[in-house]
Structures are given as C-alpha cells and as structure tokens.
Ligand binder design. Sequence first.
Ligand code: ATR
Length: 280
Amino acid sequence: MVNSETGIIGLIGHPVAHSKSPQMHNASLRNLGLNDIYLAFDVKPENLKDAIQGMRALYFKGCNVTIPHKVNVIPFLDEISEEAARIGAVNTIVNKDGKLIGYNTDGEGYLRSLKEETGFQLHGKRIMILGAGGASRAISYTLSHQPIEGIVLVNRDLNKANALLNELKQTDFHKAITYHELPYEMEQVDLIINTTSIGMYPNIKETLIKKEWIQPHHLVSDIVYNPLETKLLQDAKAQGAKIHSGLGMFIYQGVIAFEKWTGITPDTNIMRRVVLDSIV
Ligand code: ATR
C-alpha cells in the first residue's frame, strides 16, 4: 500500500520509457513487503542539477542513473565510491542521512552474474574484452581486481584501449589490440566478453567475431540482452563453447543497487521473471 510513509526510489535518465528497472525493483519491493516505490523520471540534461536537488529536498532513498547522466551527475553528489571514481561513472545513488553517495554497480553486477550463472573460475585466466567504452570500463576495472592472468582489450580506437588499460590494476599479461589482431589472440584466451552494442536489436545479425574463430574451450559472454541470445552467442554455442547472456549483468547490477538502498538481497528469480515477461 502506498501511504504517507512510502519511501521513494527513482530512475533518472533520458529517455527512460523502455527501462525494465521499475518492474524489476517494484516486484522485489512488493515481494519483500517493503513500503517503498520505484519510479522512472525522464530528466533532460539541462535539468539534471535541479533533479538531484529535488531528490535531496524530497528525501528520496536513492536512485539509479542511466544514459546520458552517468558521468555528468558526479559533480552534484556529496561523495562517490572509489570504484565509481575509477570507472568515471555512477549508476546508483544512495541517500545516507541527507548525503548523496554515488556508486557504480555495473562491474560488480557483471562479476556476480558470471560467477552465479556460469561458475567460471577467474584464477589465472586470460580475458578478452571487446570495446573500451563505458560498459568496458566498469567490467575491465572490476575484473582487473580479480586473480586473473590478464586482459586483452580489443578496440577500433587503440589509443582509447591503451588509456583504459593503463588505468587498470596491472599484470604482466594485459595488452590492447585492434580487431586485425583479434584472430591470432583468440587461441590464448579463456573468456571473451562483448561490451559493445554490436548484435543488439534490431541489428541482430551483427557480430565482431567470426564463428570459426570460436573454440570449445572458450566461455563467450555478451552484455547485450535484447535478443537474449545474440549472433555471437548462437555462434559460440554452435562451436561447442559455453555462453553467458547479458541479462544477468542487468539483473545483478539491480540486485547490488537494491542491497544498497534497503540492506536486503532480493530474489533474483523474481527479478529475472519480471524482466523476461516484459521482453518477450
Ligand atoms: P557504452 O557506454 O555502452 O560502453 P560507448 O561508451 O559509446 O558505449 O562505447 C561503445 C564501444 O563500442 C566503444 O569501444 C566503440 O569502439 P571505439 O572506441 O573504437 O569507437 C565500440 N563500437 C561501437 N561500434 C563499433 C563497431 N561497429 N565495431 C567495433 N566496435 C564498435
């Protein structure tokens, strides 16, 4: 029941109409019997500062931040976590006694999804990451703090890949390459992660990796979740490799945000079902 004590949690982005976060979080809040509500707010870039001030004045419990505000919101917050500072973007805000604290749960969400859904052991592994944009920053930062052997960062713009690589926790193995060198590096890696939007609906036939380059020893992971099985993942499956779909990263970034707002771990099965129902 919504009453005068209902806590408000929000999503700010532009646009927000297609976000699955309201369904996912409201289902979890209801399931746990919490008197909070999650609402989406379409905030134009020129209104971002006022929106954050409004959150303070209205005592929001917190919010999620999505495109295009993840970077620009930082100056309006009171504090940001070390992880969010290193990634350079915030996707979750918590109102702690009037102080707005920014976090980034994307990298940790990816990691938890990978562990829970595939059981992949990162120790000593070589990881190929396609792309050097925002999603890649979050995932590569988080994975570089795991006991991996190293990361091969693949990007069209090599300068951008090298700049990101330099910001990671260093190992002797890390390297940045372009797509020309990718086929020669495939043999050497265990996990391949697509962090670009290639393969996303409506361009569902696109992939950055030729099918025949994929080998049965690979785990192939895609952060795209519409479609649930991208061309890359279909090819990987056909080659006998294991696959990991992007839906899990979306769910678990939400799980970690939910934990930060409420102190409670929500039921991932409920979250997954609600999101799947709204996709298909
Ligand atoms: P996001 O925040 O979703 O990661 P982004 O910051 O715009 O989005 O980053 C997009 C990434 O996808 C970039 O690494 C981009 O490569 P460049 O840095 O070389 O531009 C990559 N990307 C986009 N379109 C691509 C394509 N057609 N082929 C290969 N990489 C592509």
